[in-house]
Design a protein around this ligand. Structure first.
Ligand SMILES: [Zn+2]
Length: 351
């Protein structure tokens, strides 16, 4: 395309040359020279503005087309026989070509999880990832669900046919609390050094659920564990409230109501005032003005004891809540199943 304005024509040539040399072609659209044209436009006398603006827009459209053409070329790849064994010894340049990473984007749950972890990191929490296969001890026994405890039946878990050293089936964890015993033991030294244990645990969890817009068999949870001297439920509520207000960027009210978990005593269900309607009632909060968000409580003395921590000296709190739910509320996503569906039209809205 020929440009009448000599300055614009020169910039166009320059940008096309840059485009050829770029590894990541879409970066051309962020070039400072392109932005400078639009800055210059604002300074022009009104008589020149229309002509210059039209050509600047043409140039941007041309560059966008070049990026799109490049991407459509790179995706026309030879089909790969996915049933054929892959030979790791084949030199890199002779291996089957896969889609370039620049065509992908981060999953919205991961983007949001990093924001969540960053908030807790600033509040002094370390992060430890949970496991996707665990054993009966960490799923139940270490959390004060002894053998035969009726609350074990509340968790409709997936199990493997393979068994652990005690002959029990391995479990796809139904909650991230499976990590409590491990992090308590791992960070126990902090207590002995006069400090506290402060850990958040993100992880993928699995439940044998009937699927609908609010229930998915696979989702993400964030567990939190805090132990120190003189810790009480006030600290728990303040920690969660501070996090939620930072994440949603607005003042919120919170409330708790009694609940039951074997591994916390007392246990609470934690609700926040609806961030969408300021408690007036809307579809998101089912007209109640409140959203029940997660389960929490003071860590049961038996759970501390099981990790070798003296509950007479130290107390602590723990919570566990769904990350999917948090993100659905933030972006008004109506169906939890979108996250695992791999639908590009959904995912591209977040890229
Ligand atoms: Zn509402």
């Amino acid at each position: 395309m020929a440009y009448q304005n000599p300055h614009l024509a020169e910039t166009a040539e320059n940008l096309k040359q840059q485009f050829k040399e770029l590894d990541h072609k879409p970066d051309i659209l962020k070039a400072v020279e392109l932005k400078a044209l639009f800055d210059e436009l604002k300074t022009l006398p009104p008589a020149e503005r229309a002509g210059f603006g039209k050509e600047a827009n043409q140039l941007r459209a041309e560059l966008e087309q070049m990026v799109a053409d490049h991407q459509s070329q790179t995706v026309s790849l030879a089909p790969i026989d996915i049933t054929a064994p892959f030979d790791i010894n084949v030199p890199v340049d002779q291996r089957p070509k896969t889609l370039p990473a620049e065509l992908g984007s981060q999953h919205p749950l991961m983007t949001e999880l990093y924001k969540v972890l960053s908030i807790f990191n600033r509040m002094g929490f370390a992060a430890v990832e949970s496991r996707e296969v665990d054993d009966d001890y960490h799923m139940f026994t270490s959390l004060n669900f002894p053998e035969g405890h009726p609350a074990r039946d509340d968790y409709d878990t997936f199990m493997t046919t393979q068994t652990d050293a005690n002959g029990k089936p391995l479990i796809a964890p139904a909650h991230t609390s499976t990590m409590q015993n491990r992090v308590l033991k791992q960070f126990k030294g902090n207590l002995e050094a006069g400090g506290s244990i402060a850990v958040v645990i993100p992880g993928r969890v699995f439940r044998n659920e009937d699927l609908d817009a609010r229930h998915e068999h696979t989702f993400y949870q964030l567990e939190g564990v805090y132990v120190g001297r003189g810790i009480n439920a006030g600290h728990l509520i303040a920690t969660l409230k501070t996090f939620l207000q930072t994440y949603y960027g607005q003042a919120l009210e919170v409330k708790t109501q009694p609940f039951y978990f074997p591994f916390t005593e007392p246990s609470f269900e934690f609700a926040l005032s609806c961030p969408f309607c300021q408690k007036k009632g809307c579809a998101v909060c089912s007209q109640s003005g409140w959203i029940e968000l997660l389960g929490c409580g003071m860590i049961h003395p038996n759970v501390l004891r099981e990790a070798g921590i003296d509950p007479e000296i130290y107390t602590g709190f723990a919570w566990g809540g769904g990350i999917d739910r948090l993100v659905m509320m933030k972006y008004d996503i109506e169906d939890i199943r979108h996250f695992e569906a791999g639908k590009l039209d959904f995912l591209r809205q977040f890229s």
